[in-house]
Design a protein around this ligand. Structure first.
Ligand code: ADP
Length: 417
């Protein structure tokens, strides 16, 4: 084999090895989300592939308008991270501003050389190749390879480092996005816990004074005469409403923490629905509304906590009456489909926009802007109903043809064999 053939085989082998490193880099970049590991891997690969003593990444800090070392091989990272590199009067700054690669084979004599860094970390660059790192045309930093071991940086090195830089820029960007998302998620979880703690404390602290008010108001209503008794009735009615709100807050919290315990028993769904209807009939009548229950005569047995599942149906029925202005009607229809009982609660009220049909089951969500508040409410009735139904192994959903066209809520529960 001739010497020139030998040479080309050797350079071909080198290219293949380099390509293999680049493919490996690409795979690792796509599967690593820890920014520190990612940066370390990029510079290590850059130094190895280009056969250099060191490599470093400088990222642009928009707030301060300067470049900062984010990672470098073989140096004290913390010390390096504290050294800002100005955009003017530095080689990295020039690469960043001009958005093009730069090869300098005698760094010490280059007027743009920012000597402070080398002095502080005791590393003197002799030769340097730097390329910009871009995300969608925007320069985000600079990748540098320093002190090539054999010879000078050539066009092939520029090409190779540019490929590494473009992949690295995207990977760093993604890793930072994931990090920001994780931080936002952690913050949300913290706020959610604060809200749950507040609900738990507030409902607990309200319960004791409320008990006293209820006790005295009941006593006064029974014992006093005339006007005083009427006032006591008004206090009692308001205190009972408040107790309902406190109970809703407690239930919501227990459901969220998944600590709500069910006292299950076999019961006919008709019996539960009839007593909920009996309880709410006076409210419907007071608004001139009709409330009717259509169910098969044969008892349909479900395994349920009577109090809790009644609460779910009470919330739905209360809404049906509340969100039906003036006269109107609410119909409950019970049927058995396979091994399930379907309870449809259909009202002729204000209806629900299609885009909101899923949102309304989220806690504190109300279609109406809370600044208007024509219908009042805490915004938790449906999320409690959903939680309770699901705890019974059932499901719930809402349908509506849109605003002004009424709503239908369907609750499905397993039938007990
Ligand atoms: P609240 O009734 O206290 O606001 P809910 O969780 O019970 O809270 O209901 C959430 C929202 O869903 C209500 O504010 C209302 O916008 C909408 N909604 C619930 N039930 C009905 C209904 N039957 N008709 C129209 N809108 C309803």
């Amino acid at each position: 084999m001739s010497p020139s053939a030998d040479l080309s085989v050797e350079s071909l082998q080198r290219s293949v090895a380099q390509l293999e490193r680049l493919v490996h880099l690409s795979v690792t970049l796509n599967s690593t989300l820890d920014p520190d590991r990612l940066l370390a891997f990029i510079i290590q690969t850059a130094a190895e592939v280009l056969d250099c003593e060191a490599a470093s990444i400088l990222l642009y800090d928009e707030m301060r308008g300067e470049l900062f070392f984010t990672s470098a091989t073989g140096t004290d990272q913390r010390k390096l991270a504290e050294i800002p590199v100005p955009l003017e009067g530095s080689i990295a700054g020039t690469i960043f501003r001009e958005n093009r690669p730069l090869v300098i084979n005698d760094v010490a004599s280059d007027p743009r050389h920012y000597a402070q860094v080398g002095e502080q970390i005791r590393f003197q660059p002799r030769s340097l190749l730097g390329v910009p790192m871009c995300i969608r045309e925007k320069v985000t930093g600079v990748l540098e390879a320093l002190n090539k071991r054999n010879g000078c940086f050539d066009d092939n090195d520029i090409q190779t480092l540019s490929v590494i830089a473009s992949q690295a820029a995207v990977a760093i960007h993604n890793a930072r996005l994931v990090q920001a998302l994780q931080r936002a998620y952690d913050e949300l979880s913290r706020l959610d816990k604060l809200k749950s703690d507040f609900l738990a404390i507030a409902s607990h602290e309200l319960r004791t004074p409320l008990g006293v008010i209820l006790g005295y108001a009941t006593f006064l209503q029974e014992e006093a005469q005339g006007e005083i008794s009427e006032h006591a009735s008004a206090v009692l009615a308001s205190a009972l409403r408040m107790r309902g709100i406190v109970e809703a807050m407690t239930n919501l919290n227990l459901l969220q923490m998944m600590t709500l315990k069910l006292n299950l028993q076999a019961v006919a769904i008709q019996q539960i629905l009839q007593s909920v209807c009996d309880e709410l009939s006076p409210t419907a009548r007071a608004k001139g509304q009709q409330l009717s229950l259509h169910a098969p005569p044969t008892p349909i047995m479900v395994r349920a906590d009577v109090e809790k599942i009644s609460q779910a149906f009470t919330n739905l029925l209360n809404n049906a009456i509340r969100f039906t202005p003036g006269e109107g009607e609410t119909t409950l229809t019970v049927s058995v489909v396979h091994n399930e009982v379907w309870v449809e609660i259909k009202d002729s009220g204000i209806g629900i926009p299609k885009s909101e049909l899923e949102n309304i089951f989220k806690e504190f969500y109300q279609v109406e802007d809370h600044m208007v508040r024509r219908y009042g409410g805490l915004g938790v009735g449906l999320s409690i109903a959903k939680g309770l139904v699901e705890l019974h192994g059932g499901r719930i959903w809402a349908e509506s043809e849109g605003p002004g066209k009424g709503s239908t809520f369907t609750v499905v529960l397993p039938v007990q064999a």
